[in-house]
Design a protein around this ligand. Structure first.
Ligand SMILES: [Zn+2]
Length: 511
């Protein structure tokens, strides 16, 4: 696939180069001049200008004498395809200034098993049109799928299975790009692998992706990766492992074995990619510190009866996340404090605080439970993409992910050259989610003008764990479908995003 892409891209560049002056009298809507352009992540940067009419790039090259309604001087800037956030929970849509400020032009939502109802997905997509700041790519959430048929148990009946398969097909026909699972969440954690394979076969039949918040990201992470790969192999789906991590003392150091499984699968023809946020802390509901049997709200009575067992299980899960001093409450009655401090001030054991004072649904926490070495080892893998797992105002990833990647890992640590970094922030995502077929994620004639212009020397995240909503620096302009949606680092308020629908191909309108 890559060779074909390279040839295509070279071809496009040559078209532009052979027509260096274009039409002298041409008037464009937007001209981006003086910048260094990365056409896509397989091509070295080139110093060319970009001409846009309407929602498309119409020409790349040099256009002396041409005029435009808006000329953007990109001297010293990188001009690259807009970032694609492959793991996002912004299902409700909206203007999304938090993502525009990071250079994101497309978000993939419906992740971790959560999405709008599959029964009404088509209507949900229709209703979002005209309200979006960034493009919107939806997935079918498996937990929602089970809720749609009111099934939370372990093994569905044949009838329930048929109904779920019918709904998956309906969701794919509505334009979803695949199905996601959230196998640590209710009711998805009750699902057996066989159920997921069978549903994923329907997804594969429509050319979709299987994206998974895998069953375990701690000591049993390798089993969980193997399960995701098995689902890909047996169903024929491409696999996206969401927010890849090896979390907690029992998993530290497993990144190498994790990636060996991914490599072996790809070598056997099962496409397995990953995405990752560039932080060593995760964030999720405090329920992650409670055993599965206690996470179902209906089992509150059982919880009271099984106090000793609950205490033991919570203690084990807390230890697995590295202990109370690694748990920072981000939502709920004790927001803004570490669990260890809360326990000390209440003069109680942290386990008792969790059970009595917070409760299974009583808040969210940031868990400082990953090692930077593991993070970098996972990040360096050629099939790793960058994704925020946002939106969130309580973890810096919601406002800092993409500028942090470009500032810290690309510029400061020099882990990736600019083309490779573009590959990880857009090209790979476009391959995995088939956005190339929709003429997205490449700066070339006929392709949609989703573009970010930023200063590679200053781009940086501003958000921290203490101040998680501080905006990033260095991102100058963002164009979404040819519209300047961010200008001088500030959102313009123009809602140029669109719901992208899987299975539709868009004819190019190039020269
Ligand atoms: Zn997740």
């Amino acid at each position: 696939m890559r060779h074909a892409l390279l040839l295509l891209a070279f071809h496009l560049v040559c078209i532009a180069c052979s027509r260096p002056t274009d039409t002298p009298a041409a008037v464009y809507d937007v001209l981006i001049v003086g910048g260094t352009v990365v056409i896509d992540g397989y091509l070295a940067p080139v110093e060319i200008d970009v001409a846009i009419v309407g929602d498309r790039v119409v020409s790349i090259g040099h256009f002396p004498g041409a005029t435009a309604h808006r000329t953007i001087d990109a001297t010293g800037m990188l001009v690259v395809p807009g970032f694609i956030d492959t793991h996002n929970h912004g299902d409700d849509g909206g203007a999304r200034p938090d993502f525009l400020r990071q250079g994101v032009t497309t978000i993939v939502v419906g992740n971790c098993g959560g999405s709008a109802s599959i029964r009404t997905l088509a209507r949900h997509y229709d209703e979002l049109e005209g309200t979006l700041g960034v493009n919107y790519v939806g997935l079918i959430g498996h937990n929602q799928l089970r809720r749609d048929i009111r099934f939370t148990g372990e093994r569905p009946s044949d009838e329930q299975m048929q109904e779920m398969k019918r709904l998956v097909a309906q969701g794919m026909e509505a334009g979803a790009f695949g199905m996601s699972t959230g196998l640590t969440y209710h009711p998805g954690f009750n699902a057996e692998t066989e159920e997921l394979v069978e549903l994923a076969r329907v997804v594969a039949g429509h050319g979709g992706v299987y994206a998974s918040h895998i069953r375990n990201e701690g000591p049993r992470v390798l089993e969980a990766v193997a399960e995701a790969i098995r689902i890909g192999r047996e169903s024929g789906c491409r696999v996206q492992i969401s927010h890849a991590k090896v979390a907690g003392p029992g998993a530290w150091g497993l990144a190498g074995e994790y990636l060996a499984l991914v490599d072996a699968a790809n070598a056997q023809g099962v496409v397995v990619c990953m995405d990752q946020y560039p932080y060593t802390a995760s964030q999720t509901g405090i329920g992650a510190l409670f055993p599965l049997w206690a996470r179902d709200n209906r089992s509150a009575a059982a919880e009271a009866q099984r106090r000793a067992e609950l205490e033991r299980d919570v203690a084990e899960l807390l230890a697995g996340r590295g202990g109370a001093e690694r748990v920072f409450l981000s939502r709920g009655p004790f927001a803004g404090r570490f669990l260890s401090d809360i326990a000390a001030s209440l003069d109680k054991d942290p386990v008792a605080v969790l059970i009595d004072d917070i409760g299974v649904g009583g808040g969210s926490a940031v868990y400082h439970m990953m090692l930077e070495d593991d993070l970098r080892e996972l990040m360096a893998h050629p099939y790793q993409m960058i994704a925020s797992d946002g939106p969130t105002n309580t973890h810096p990833r919601g406002h800092g992910t993409f500028p942090r990647f470009w500032g810290r890992y690309v510029r400061e640590l020099e882990m990736f050259d600019h083309a490779d970094a573009v590959r990880r922030t857009s090209t790979l995502a476009a391959e995995q989610f088939r956005l190339f077929e929709q003429h997205r994620a490449r700066i070339a004639p006929g392709w949609f003008a989703d573009i970010v212009i930023f200063d590679p020397a200053t781009i940086a995240d501003g958000a921290t764990f203490e101040e998680p909503t501080t905006p990033p620096q260095g991102v100058r302009q963002v164009l979404v479908n040819g519209v300047v949606a961010l200008d001088d680092g500030e959102p313009t308020g123009l809602l140029a995003g669109r719901v992208l629908r899987h299975g539709t191909t868009t004819a190019g309108s190039g020269p």
